[in-house]
Design a protein around this ligand. Sequence first.
Ligand code: HEM
Length: 407
Amino acid sequence: MQRIDELDLCHLNWDDPEFAADPWSHFDEARKKHPWLAKTDAGYAVFELKAIRDLLGNDGNLRPSFDGIAEIMECKGSPWGRFCEEQMIALPDKEHKLLRETFAAKFTPRYANQLRPIMRETMERLLRDWAPREKIDFEEFASYYPVSVMAQMVGALLEVIPGLRESMETLGLAFAMDKTKVPELDKAFLHMDKFAHDLVAERRANPHREGDETDLLDMLIEAGNEGGISDRQLYDLLIFLFVAGYDTSKNVLTYMMHLMTDNPEIYERCADDPEYCRKVVEETLRMFNPSSSFRATSEDVVYRDVLIPAGTMLFFNLNVSGRDPTAFDDPEKFNPERPIDPARRHVAFGLGKHMCLGQYIARAQLQEGIHLIAQHMRSPHEVGEKDWRPFPGVWGIKGLPIEFTPA
Ligand code: HEM
């Protein structure tokens, strides 16, 4: 057995902007030195699909390592610093379990299906505005979709959407770990916080009556009351749901369009066949996903003859694991008909006790979205340079200028 710090590992310099444009080739290099581990300035990268599934799938000895972020950013106790330490994913195990158990039972595939009409209505409204333009930044267009769907799901007024979007763009900067951004992060958080307070207060003052259709906000308030969740936790959860579903969904939808511009037949079929869109979404999530999971080991862990001492920082590179050549044949090929082996399924939504609560909603949203986009933005092609958001963070394409024929 060898200690992790004794291994001869490739060092990944992922702060380099060039890395974000093509991380896969760097991981190919890393794989030549070690099958599942590499080093970074802040800890170790676990990049092999099997190692991620084994370690993150049995995460009793891992804890999310959000503590320390407020200290590094010197914002302990500031509005954003408090949220950072108390947001759902950062809570100690016991508190997290209570919160998750209170809400998890509601985030079912059935519930996500019930939300599909809202998703379609939202996308149709966006397309009425954007599709006639012929030339757009697709990333900007895509950014309005998850925030608009979420706003509809909680019964918020349409006019709040631009402000929420702007705040979430700012909160997305948090991963750059730049102390000078704290005042902006605080301001953006306070905007979201006021929105959450007003929304809950308004609904409590004017509850839906029996027989009225209930929405996500009713469900959250009711589940919160039953589970003894405080108002502060309820506001934080609402904000977290908006934030968790924003960059992630936007970046996947944007990458999906990037793939479509190279695969016109697949795109055409998406316009006609909603069932096929399911396969396209799954294959997109294999080819690309924006997330990674940061964990610290809470005790010594031994895996495949490597000793990982307690307190070691591990980055699980969910984001590149879908192109692991040891798990997928011809991983660079975008093939929605690729058979799915449950033991080697992509891990875009993470694994273990923090696995994405919104995964069914995210999938439904992407399926409905691409089906309608393909009907209204015909023959899209890229017309300019695209950039990349920082890796790992919530990584993805930054700016995707496209031209298309409106239908
Ligand atoms: C394509 C879009 C999405 C992707 C790729 C994604 C990915 C993920 C990943 C990887 C995690 C686990 C993070 C970790 O282990 O550190 C996560 C957690 C979470 N996601 Fe998502 N997500 C998406 C959309 C959404 C949406 C739309 C919502 C809300 C409606 C949502 C709500 C959550 C919540 C609440 C958690 C935390 C669960 C917990 O700590 O127990 N996500 N997501």
